[in-house]
Design a protein around this ligand. Structure first.
Ligand SMILES: Nc1ncnc2c1ncn2[C@@H]1O[C@H](COP(=O)(O)OP(=O)(O)OP(=O)(O)O)[C@@H](O)[C@H]1O
Length: 739
């Protein structure tokens, strides 16, 4: 089926019509055009996104109790700072008292002025004191309030940063403890996790340290101004109370809508971070495949989404603000109107009306802010739930459970192991698989691509739990050994694509050692290991030698140099078992031979069992034993390399023949191509020669057909030079034909 815009429309229509989505997907999947399959990929991603959104909206519907529980958990994180928190509250109290007293003073001064209450010196008397005395008290009070205001902001900022640091540290700690299953999950992409650690932690901290004290301040404002209004005029206060609830309920209802939109915005921003993170991490690949435009389009699509949600949020926020503003001023104006009416009736003084209206403003704004506080708290709780979800994940492989073990005999046994990756639970990589590896030997795992060689390494490191069977090291089931000890003291690994961390070469080499081990280590020890790994010479050739900074992920080193440092990093741990997963694939034959010599001497001294994973015959042949895995998840052959290799019917020979044939086929293809090229050249030359000789004979025929005299005359006229030219042409033709 050819792809066409009509087809796209068709599928679009189907997706938005009653036709089941699975049918459209099926059609696309059966289609042979690449565009259909790319379209299918888009639909699959869309499905995944929808699923994710459903989960988000489910988590949005957390109950009030759950949210409160989360807030309690967040507050617990701030426990070490409770004294600082109390201090902040004291500052808030002090900062609140001054403005409420100032309002009272305004009313009192107005009334004193209206009533002309003066003392014998003719000075205005307020609250039984001269106005100057009252001001002499109010000015330092105001200064103290300003200091408290400043201190409140400072203390809360510090509190917030400490809380967010504690939260981030705890999340990071849990993330580092999670097993491979967690990271295999598509939900836990690195970009998402980074976004959780940065923005969600910030939202939590802001909602607790910013909102909780603000809420407290507004609560105090609300209580004090209610009391003041009640004391000025209880009836007017009751009227106020009738107007205020709509503000409260309106705020809560609309605020909830805004909260949902801002969660949506947070998620859209997280998506943007994810895309940019992936693109920038693979920037070399993007450039090599000129994928800049594609990446920019992906990023722009995400940006458009963010702007779209931000627009919705902006609209909701302006609607919210204008409704609150209207309600708020309706309350305020009604209060003034009733106050003036009461003043005219003589039941209230002008000072009381002014003070009451100012208190009502405090009251309303406190009520409004309290609803915002509530919503922000809920937002913080939402972000907190996501962070606590990350922290609460239960690893299948807890790092510190099991017996502490530092020394074990080096033999390995896979006993009836059945295993499928958690993300593909029905696709069994091993099915009742058994083999054993003798102590202090070197064994190579050989298998067709995708048959599970690297999975053997993952299972030995206990990155995953197996479904059934046992994996034994030195006769002990590895699920009874503490994972941390297993990885720290028993197994050393050099991975297919060794990852180095930013820092110096030395830091990378000693990365796997504990601080105690480093304390007893000398530079001579490091150099000895680096010589074994054949990396000492090139490290010494750098100006900063072992203190050379190697850039992020070892960017300033070649693939082979990285591999050798990774080998040194594994060897320096003196592991009982060394796993080499295509560990020497980037090395030249000289370096590989040197390293193999080191490994041979380590195994012959009985210090180490080596399990290597390789494709190349040169690497496989260095191992004493070979385990051949089949595609059926079982071992198809196991034995000494020499014996299996010398037997042409062995599975190993067949596997190696297959790959050799593949190489031969490639070579045959190259020969064929050369032959075709040569044949084309000959054909072309022949054609040219025929054309030339054809033209010549035609000329001869023309000359022969001329009358005798004319022919002689023409021949005379043709100079010797021309004859020579013809001769030369003839001889060239002869040469060409001979060639
Ligand atoms: N994290 C994972 N989640 C799900 N499936 C996985 C995961 N890692 C590997 N697989 C699948 O498990 C199977 C075995 O993979 P493995 O990497 O062990 O093969 P391999 O023999 O080392 O292959 P190669 O020689 O190509 O490196 C493959 O089908 C692979 O797609």
């Amino acid at each position: 089926m050819q792809w066409s815009p009509t087809l796209t429309l068709n599928y679009y229509y189907r997706f938005h019509s009653t036709q089941p989505a699975s049918n459209a997907k099926q059609d696309l999947s059966n289609d042979s055009s690449v565009r259909s399959h790319l379209e299918l990929a888009k639909l699959i991603k869309k499905d995944m996104k929808e699923k994710e959104n459903k989960e988000i909206s489910k988590s949005d519907k957390k109950t009030f109790a759950e949210n409160m529980k989360t807030i309690g958990r967040i507050l617990k994180l701030g426990k070490p700072d409770w004294k600082l928190f109390l201090l902040a509250i004291a500052f808030i109290l002090c900062a609140v008292l001054y403005p409420t007293a100032a309002v009272k003073l305004v009313g009192a001064v107005l009334d004193a002025f209206n009533n002309q209450s003066k003392d014998a010196d003719g000075d205005l008397v307020v609250w039984g004191h001269k106005l100057t005395t009252v001001f002499a008290f109010m000015v330092p009070f105001m200064c103290l309030s300003a200091v408290c205001f400043w201190a409140r902001i400072w203390v809360l900022k510090v509190l917030g940063e400490r809380l967010v640091a504690r939260l981030r540290a705890q999340v990071m700690k849990s993330l580092l403890r999670h097993d491979a299953r967690f990271y295999d999950n598509d939900k836990n992409k690195v970009g998402d996790l980074i976004s959780r650690l940065s923005s969600d932690a910030y939202v939590v901290s802001k909602s607790i340290t910013g909102n909780l004290p603000d809420g407290l301040k507004n609560l105090l404002f609300g209580i004090i101004s209610s009391y003041m209004m009640y004391s000025i005029n209880p009836m007017l206060f009751l009227v106020m109370l009738c107007i205020s609830p709509p503000i409260t309920f309106g705020s809560v209802w609309y605020g909830e809508k805004i909260r949902k939109l801002s969660t949506k915005l947070q998620n859209a921003t997280a998506g943007l971070t994810k895309v940019s993170e992936e693109t920038l991490n693979s920037v070399r690949l993007v450039k090599a495949f000129t994928g800049e435009q594609k990446e920019l389009e992906k990023y722009s699509a995400r940006l458009r989404k963010v702007v779209g949600v931000a627009k919705q949020e902006a609209l909701a926020q302006s609607n919210y603000a204008v409704s609150i503003y209207t309600l708020y001023h309706v309350g305020y104006l009604s209060c003034i109107a009733i106050g003036v009416y009461l003043m005219m009736k003589g039941t209230m003084t002008a000072g009381d009306v002014v003070a009451f209206s100012m208190y009502s403003e405090f009251f309303n704004s406190a009520l409004y802010s309290l609803t915002t506080t509530y919503l922000e708290l809920m937002k913080g709780a939402g972000a907190g739930i996501k962070l606590f979800d990350l922290m609460d994940y239960k690893s299948d492989v807890p790092p510190i459970q099991g017996a502490k073990t530092r020394h074990l005999p080096n033999e390995i046994e896979f006993r009836n192991v059945t295993f499928a990756y958690p993300t593909r639970p029905t696709d069994f990589v091993f099915n009742d698989c058994s083999f054993s590896i003798k102590s202090s030997t070197s064994t190579c795992i050989v298998a067709p691509s995708g048959a599970g060689k690297s999975t053997v390494a993952s299972l030995l490191l206990r990155s995953y739990n197996i479904q059934s069977g046992e994996i034994l090291i030195g006769g002990r089931n590895i699920d009874q050994i503490q994972v941390r000890d297993l990885r720290r003291h028993i197994i050393g690994i050099v991975q297919q694509e060794p990852v180095l961390l930013s820092g110096t070469i030395l830091e990378n080499i000693v990365y796997g050692l504990t601080s105690q081990q480093i304390r007893h280590l000398t530079m001579q020890d490091v150099i000895a290991v680096c010589k074994q790994a054949n990396c000492h010479d090139f490290i010494e050739s750098f100006p900063e030698k072992y203190d050379t900074i190697i850039g992020p992920r070892g960017a300033s080193l070649s693939g082979g140099q990285k591999q050798r440092i990774a080998i040194a990093r594994a060897l320096i741990k003196h592991p009982h078992i060394l796993i080499l997963d295509e560990a020497t694939s980037a090395l030249d034959s000289k370096s590989e031979a040197l390293i193999n010599e080191t490994l041979r001497s380590l195994t012959s001294q009985g210090k180490m069992t080596i399990v290597s994973i390789a494709h190349r015959l040169s690497t496989i042949s260095k191992s004493e034993f070979v385990v051949v895995l089949g595609k059926n998840g079982k071992v198809v052959e196991h034995g000494r390399f020499v014996e299996l290799f010398s037997n042409p019917n062995s599975e190993l020979s067949k596997l190696l023949d297959e790959s050799a044939n593949r190489q031969d086929e490639d070579a045959v293809d190259e020969d064929e191509a050369e032959e075709i090229e040569q044949a084309n050249y000959h054909a072309h030359e022949l054609e040219r020669q025929q054309r030339q000789s054809g033209e010549l004979s035609h000329l001869r025929e023309m000359i022969d057909s001329l009358p005798h005299e004319l022919r002689s005359q023409l021949i005379e006229e043709i100079t010797e030079d021309t004859a020579e030219k013809v001769e030369r042409l003839d001889s060239t033709l002869d040469k060409d034909l001979k060639r």
